[in-house]
Design a protein around this ligand. Structure first.
Ligand code: NAD
Length: 430
């Protein structure tokens, strides 16, 4: 099929390269000239395992092309995906500026029947909004249909997730449009849930909000574990062994960050407000999450007495492993807290440091993990990259002023850390 994907971020680029890999004729569009330039040269503007190989093979084999023209891409395609960002606005409501702009461009370009697919995470009613915007540009209502096809991929395993989704959600008013998407996704051979536009849009927010709430729940339990002497890892294991609950998203830690959970939880709270419903459960999940990192920072501060003139070494900056995404990353909150109190920060991340440098130029960024602990008063594990799991703690502790380890993701064990001479602190156990 002939497909256009507008927006070449984590979602759009992955969708584009995977659809090309499946043999579709795909054009990926962006309005950022720097990204277009890189993509045309086979260089992904994001770090995501496997994308570079698929981008290069798609370009080489002719299934994939890169464009800066929504008009040309729309005219060349039967299906046009909108995969642009929907960041939170000032009050937390999703900002649909990019979605509106792209819809208007598509509306101006449509010259034959086209299925326009909203893959961006958008509030209920946005499908109708996109339809109205396209029609306002003069496109005949019979010449297009709008479909909601929310995305569930996880950064870090986005290619795998796109090829192996638990389900594909398709929300449409028109049967023909839904069938078109079913045909496009048929080679993936995964369950498809066909529903109306509104329900598809709600499924995305409900899914992310439930997952975030599950993490907030175990983090609330972690606080109780710290107070009672229970161990949250054992508790999570025991709870997650119940098939009705499942073990996923029961990892206590610094809380959820990233480009999706904070934005979508905040978004659903705001959407609820707009409809006159106070989603108290979700507001509390948010509050628990906000307090989780602050509580950890207070523990660090309390052990060190004061953060002023202390050297704190951070292991990891990305909001989670295997991505360079730092949107709403806990590392940013931690850096800010330490700097505000007169402390110094050194940081190491395998791929994300470049994105943090502009935000916090006073932080010392090092190129290898063993450089980060030089003269440090405390080590803080922020992101659970695999390379940190295999680290030689004794070597890391060598150049430190004192061996204090604050493990924000429960990567190490107390025994392991103590064997390397560290005083060990973690989330959810004493
Ligand atoms: P992103 O910021 O990484 O990428 C968005 C891209 O759209 C950028 O490359 C930007 O240059 C481009 N863009 C913006 N305005 C444009 C315009 N007018 N014309 C052409 N291109 C334009 O965003 P993302 O992380 O890929 O997320 C996209 C959407 O998917 C969001 O709604 C997000 O909530 C949702 N989503 C994201 C994830 C994730 O893990 N990142 C997962 C599921 C759903």
């Amino acid at each position: 099929m002939k497909v256009a994907v507008i927006g070449t971020g984590y979602v759009g680029l992955v969708t584009g390269v995977v659809l090309a890999e499946l043999g579709n004729d795909v054009v990926c569009v962006d309005n950022d000239p720097e990204k277009i330039d890189k993509l045309r040269n086979g260089i992904p503007p994001i770090y995501e395992p496997g994308v570079e190989e698929m981008l290069k093979s798609g370009l080489r084999d002719g299934f994939l092309s890169i464009s800066d023209s929504i008009r040309e891409a729309t005219r060349a395609s039967e299906i046009v995906f909108i995969a642009v960002g929907t960041p939170p606005g000032d009050d937390g409501t999703p900002d649909l500026t990019a979605v509106r702009a792209v819809a208007a461009e598509i509306g101006k370009a449509i010259d034959k029947y086209t299925v326009v697919v909203n893959k961006s995470t958008v509030p209920v009613g946005s499908g109708e909004l996109v339809e109205t915007i396209i029609a306002e540009q003069g496109a005949d209502r019979s010449s297009f249909d709008v479909v909601s096809n929310p995305e569930f991929l996880r950064e870090g395993s986005a290619i795998y997730d796109t090829l192996n989704p638990d389900r594909i959600v398709i929300g449409a008013k028109s049967r023909d449009a839904a069938v078109k998407l079913v045909e496009l996704y048929a080679p993936i051979e995964k369950p498809m849930i066909i529903t109306d536009l509104e329900s598809a849009e709600m499924i995305k927010y409900a899914s992310n909000s439930l997952l975030a709430t599950k993490i907030s729940f175990i983090n609330a339990i972690s606080r109780l574990c710290e107070l009672t002497g229970a161990n949250v890892a054992d508790v999570a294991k025991g709870v997650g062994a119940d098939n009705r609950i499942g073990p996923q998203f029961l990892g206590a830690g610094l809380g959820w960050g990233g480009s999706c959970f904070p934005k979508d939880v905040q978004g659903l709270i705001k959407i609820s407000e707009r409809y006159g419903y106070d989603f108290r459960l979700l507001r509390e999940a948010w509050n628990i999450n906000s307090d989780q990192t602050q509580h950890f920072l207070r523990r660090i501060e309390s052990r060190l007495g004061s953060l002023a003139d202390k050297n704190i070494a951070l292991l990891g900056l990305a909001f989670k492993p295997n991505t360079d995404d730092i949107r709403f990353a806990k590392s940013l909150e931690i850096i800010e807290y330490i700097l505000e109190r007169g402390g110094n920060v050194a940081a190491y991340d395998p791929v994300a440091a470049e994105h943090v440098k502009d935000l916090y130029p006073s932080v010392t960024y090092v190129d290898s993990v063993y450089e980060v602990s030089d003269q440090a008063d405390a080590l803080v594990l922020v992101t659970e990259w695999n390379e940190f799991k295999q680290i030689d703690l004794d070597r890391l502790g060598g150049p430190m002023r004192q061996r204090l380890l604050f493990d924000g993701r429960r990567v190490y064990s107390k025994q392991l850390a103590e064997r390397a001479g560290f005083e060990y602190f973690t989330v959810g156990s004493s």
